[in-house]
Each structure stands twice: as structure tokens, then as C-alpha cells.
Design a binder for this molecule. Sequence first.
Ligand SMILES: [Zn+2]
Length: 340
Amino acid sequence: MKSFINLLKNKRNLHTNEGTAIYTNGILVNVIPESFDARDVRYIKSDNVIYDLLNMESIEEIPIPNPYLLKSGDVLSDIYYTLRLISGKYRNLNLKELSYACLRKSNELWLNSPWEFTEKEIMRIVRWLQEDGMFEEATKEKHNIISNKLYQYKNPANKQRLNEIVLKNIHELKTDYIEIPWKAGQCNQCSIYHGRIYSISGNDKRFPKIPSFIWNRFINGQSLIHDHCRCSVYPINMLMPSISYQNKYIKPIDDIIKLSNRPFIPDASLEDVENNKLYYKQLENEKQKDKDREEYYKLVYTIPLVVPKSFSSYRRMKNSNNKTFTHLKEEAQIHGISIS
Ligand SMILES: [Zn+2]
């Protein structure tokens, strides 16, 4: 422990005294002494219990606040966010184990918090472990995150969970009406169906009955129209219906009925179709980038002398697929590393 503190003391701009950030229900209420920044403290006092951020076990013991409150949209004062900043600080100080512990705890709190997250942000710890050559731990960490129920529940990419929530809302509202909202940048196939209100039962003949293939995909937890499609569905309260279409809000019921019954033909603009392609291309690119990162760091830890100095130059080299890369690929295969 002493060596950690000495290490901290040697770094400039870093408070090393016994500063404490105080949280109530996950929200920062005070920092002692006042001159301290929350990210520079050594202790966190959460709901009256003190935790030492230079102690792994103590970090692991930080509980999920109950209730965990969202205060006026200020993420900076949230306990998960402070721990994220501290994890970054520890990483810069090369206190790796402590930085993983803080980031892991931050992830746990974040998943339980009212804040939204992106997969990329939650997976930061996986990237750090890969960069540090800890590939087994990285794979394990990724698996732990993906199998976390709350992650599945909150992750917008997880259709099954999302559909369950919507289905529950439909039942709770006791409504027979759902909307597939219009969305800019939609593909041609989806544009046939979006921007309409449907009757689930088909009893209300003013509206089209939801096509059975869409309803089946929905209750089976799949994307609505086709695999990886971006369409969503919402229950509609017919006491005050409204619908959006091509950036316009449509309220009069007659107009909604007319829109919902327009011919079932594609109406995406050329621009929409292009944007849609771009969206999927970016998704693919992100996936490929994750694969590239993992193999890059495996190479760094196996054949460092022949690997480019940075991940970005590795990617450039890989994309150009030049002779040097062909050679690197052969070398990688000899060492049992497959290049995607
Ligand atoms: Zn589509």
C-alpha cells in the first residue's frame, strides 16, 4: 500500500491526502476538503460507509446505491462516473489492477443506474485488458458483461429484452393499437411498414391489421421486419393518438388513418437508402475494428518486432493488404494467431 501512495505522491497535480467524496443515493453531495476535486480523492463515502480507493477489496465492496437516483441530468456528480474518471487516472499511473477494479465497479453501477450507456463504453475494460496482453481475462470480462442480465435488459441492441418490455406495456395499456414509427434513413423494405398505426387484432377496420410475420418476429424477440432491421414498435393510446411521418407530427385522426392505409409500397428516399447502407457499413466496421484490436495486441505480445507501433498503423497496413502485411500474416500463422 505504501508504494502506491509514494507513486501517487510522485505524480504532479495529484492530491494524495485523505480526501473524501461523499455520496447519497449515488449522487455527489460533498467533497472534503473543499479544495479537492472528486476524482482526486482517496476515499468514497457512499450512504455513510467509507471505501478506500487504494484497496481492491474495498472498491469491490462499494454497493449499488438503493435507491439509485438520477439528479437533474448531471452525470458528473454520479458515483459511477467518478469511478470511471478515477480508473482512467489509475491507468495513467500504471496502477492497473486498481484501474480495472474501479472500471469494473463503475460498469456495475452504471448498469444499475438510470443512465443510458453504449456498448463501446461498457466494453472499455475489455479493450484495456487486450492492450495489456491479458487476452484470457479480456474474453472472460466480455463474457461476464454480455451475460449480465441488466446489460441485456438495457442494451438497445438486445431486441429480445426490448420487445419484452414493449409487449408488457401493450398489456398494461390494454391497447389493441401499435405504431411502427417512421424513421429517417430506413431501408426500402422497412419503409413499406413504418409510419403507420396497426390494429393487433384486426378488429378495428379503420387501421391495417399488423402483418402476422411482423407480429411473430416481434413476440419471438427478433428485429421486426428483417434481421438487424432498425424498426421499433410502440403501444398507442387511442385517446390521444399522434404519429410522425417525414419529420411531421400528424394528429387529426382522419390523417392518421389515411397515412396508415397508404399503399404498401417502399417510400424511402434515395438519401434514406444511402444513409441506411452507411449505418450498416459503420456497424460492420466497428465489429471488424474489435477483431483487429484483439489480433493486433496478440501480435504485439507475441512478435513485437515485426508489428507496427500503433493500432492505427496496423489497421492501415491491414487495409492496404501490402507485401509487408502478407509477411506479417504468415508470421502470425506460425505463432497460431489467426488474422481475420
Ligand atoms: Zn430494413
